[in-house]
Design a protein around this ligand. Structure first.
Ligand code: HEC
Ligand code: HEC
Ligand code: HEC
Ligand code: HEC
Length: 443
């Protein structure tokens, strides 16, 4: 965000400065503090209680939730499984997965040797400190009487309760960043396809925290719609960074294929399914490889809600990028322009007061995008379904949506249409969207 902030007016800078100060916190693996190890958090009087405490501001059973239910706790262990062995063999790597930096960077808290405390254990996987930051400077003080959240942050606690920072953290492993990357070679070798949507993933990760009155007295509430929206804006920025990077964004004669719609290439030739993709007002024509624009579709829907003119600008810029990638323009320049625009959208989201009606508008806009033919590609439909799910859940919790039973059934049918990416039929998905629309406008 640095570069963008320098381009903005002082007034905007001022209102964005708080969010920026937090967004600028180093990611946990980038910090130079010592990581002490999960055992330090696991004591039954700390975060290792079997059941939640009632007289404590935090649940105290975080460790038990994490170690028993959270996939992050087994992220290292999967590096020993058959699939990992296959990936490593196919890539011709010289070391097994659990000794390979590439894998460990995302499947563990892989900080340099010098920053590992005595009780640090790499095999603990994606640990408390991998998300909350190395504990060296806050382990003592965060439990002292009078400890404050701001004080903890000053001592290196990572601001997971800030929407930007949380998005940056999760995306660093679930999409990759300048240091970590799941590229097409890794997928070709057998790594699962990454599909991430911040709010959905926050919701499905077994929660070890509760946003209640006491929480709100200590930290700002993170509005679910905002987390989702900022997650989309950041994902588009990360994607553009990758596209313009001469090292990461290329593979021999080809651009990095992970940036493109997987199903643009991976479908049988007999399945002639080409049709104009008009969702951004321009398409490059048959026989071209399309960028995966699912995040951009979401970004446009959010931008529209914040400011219709901003939505139009996003749509136009994505069109230009699509055309440029297919040879009609300067792809690098257009990618840079889209990155700047996505950063601008993120700032606008940060300071925008979404109204009670906003989630409804966004859900309806996403549905209508699909009815207008916007989700001809699986990846777009998948992002849209996750987003509609998050937004509808948010509305439901606030009593703004149709009865839960009907909505859940409609959501399930929407997701069922996506169960097999290779058998995806856009017309069927549209039919499910029509059912969803009827429920959304009924309220
Ligand atoms: C940029 C981060 C990143 C890198 C690099 C990475 N992974 Fe992963 N890996 C993930 C994430 C995130 C998932 C979970 C995907 C999901 O479920 O959405 C995953 C899932 C997996 C799975 C499936 C897990 C399961 O529960 O079955 C295996 C196996 C795996 N990775 C092995 C590897 C190996 C081996 C390497 C190194 C060659 C590697 N990964 C490199 C982030 C990464
Ligand atoms: C994958 C990332 C991740 C991991 C791993 C993780 N957390 Fe969290 N944790 C979060 C997020 C996100 C929140 C919610 C935002 C916030 O309050 O900061 C949170 C919140 C918390 C809270 C605050 C609850 C409150 O009411 O203020 C505590 C305490 C906590 N985690 C402890 C732990 C402990 C202990 C571990 C390890 C056993 C752990 N976390 C592992 C991401 C993680
Ligand atoms: C250090 C890297 C890292 C960070 C940071 C991280 N994750 Fe993960 N996450 C992983 C890996 C690796 C897996 C796959 C583990 C497995 O399948 O065994 C995973 C799995 C998950 C899963 C389970 C997915 C499934 O298929 O069931 C969810 C949900 C998830 N992460 C959410 C989050 C959220 C939300 C955040 C941010 C608060 C986050 N993660 C931060 C590495 C990370
Ligand atoms: C530009 C076309 C193109 C795009 C886009 C593309 N791939 Fe590929 N993919 C290929 C080619 C070519 C191969 C190599 C096939 C071979 O070796 O027979 C391949 C191989 C693979 C393989 C190994 C298949 C095998 O037979 O072992 C997997 C898995 C894979 N890709 C997944 C993906 C995913 C996931 C995406 C989207 C993120 C994607 N691909 C995007 C062209 C593409």
């Amino acid at each position: 965000m640095n570069r963008l902030l320098r381009r903005l007016s002082p007034a905007l800078l001022l209102c964005a400065s708080q969010a920026w100060a937090q967004a600028a916190a180093p990611l946990p693996y980038q910090s130079t503090d010592q990581s002490l190890g999960t055992v330090n958090c696991a004591n039954s009087l700390c975060h290792g209680s079997i059941t939640p405490w009632h007289e404590s501001p935090v649940l105290r059973n975080e460790y038990v939730t994490w170690s028993r239910l959270d996939k992050h706790a087994r992220a290292y262990r999967v590096l020993h499984n058959e699939r990992s062995r296959t990936i490593v063999r196919n890539l011709g790597l010289p070391t097994p997965a659990h000794e390979t930096k590439l894998c460990l960077d995302c499947h563990a808290h892989n900080v340099p040797e010098a920053q590992r405390g005595e009780r640090f254990n790499l095999s603990d996987g994606v640990t408390c400190e991998a998300c909350h930051g190395p504990a060296e400077r806050w382990i003592q003080s965060h439990v002292e009487p009078g400890a404050s959240h701001a004080g903890n942050l000053d001592r290196g606690l990572y601001p997971t309760s800030d929407a930007d920072s949380r998005a940056k953290l999760c995306l660093s492993c679930h999409w990759g960043n300048q240091d970590k990357l799941v590229n097409h070679r890794l997928m070709g070798a057998g790594h699962p396809r990454m599909s991430f949507e911040l709010e959905t993933f926050t919701a499905i990760a077994p929660a070890h925290f509760r946003v209640d009155a006491d929480y709100l007295a200590r930290k700002p509430a993170v509005d679910g719609v905002k987390v989702w929206a900022i997650g989309q804006a950041l994902a588009v920025q990360e994607m553009m960074d990758l596209l313009v990077d001469p090292k990461r964004g290329r593979d021999g004669l080809f651009p990095e294929l992970v940036l493109f719609d997987c199903h643009a290439c991976h479908h049988p030739m007999s399945q002639a399914k080409w049709q104009p993709r008009g969702q951004f007002g321009a398409h490059a024509g048959p026989g071209t490889v399309r960028l995966n624009d699912s995040g951009m579709l979401m970004l446009r829907a959010v931008a529209r809600e914040v400011d219709p003119a901003l939505g139009l600008r996003v749509g136009r810029q994505v069109s230009r990028l699509h055309l440029a990638v297919a040879g009609q323009g300067d792809a690098i320049a257009e990618a840079r322009a889209l990155k700047r625009l996505a950063a601008e959208v993120a700032l606008r989201i940060d300071t925008h007061a979404f109204s009670a009606a906003s989630p409804g508008h966004i859900a309806l806009a996403l549905v209508d995008e699909g009815l207008a033919g916007g989700y001809a590609d699986y990846a777009g439909a998948e992002q849209a379904a996750m987003a509609i799910g998050s937004v509808v859940d948010h509305m439901h919790k606030r009593g703004l949506a149709a009865p839960a039973g009907a909505l859940n059934a409609a959501l399930e049918r929407l997701n069922a249409a996506l169960a097999d990416d290779e058998a995806y039929r856009p017309a069927q998905f549209q039919q499910r969207l029509r059912e969803m629309r009827a429920l959304l406008v009924a309220k």
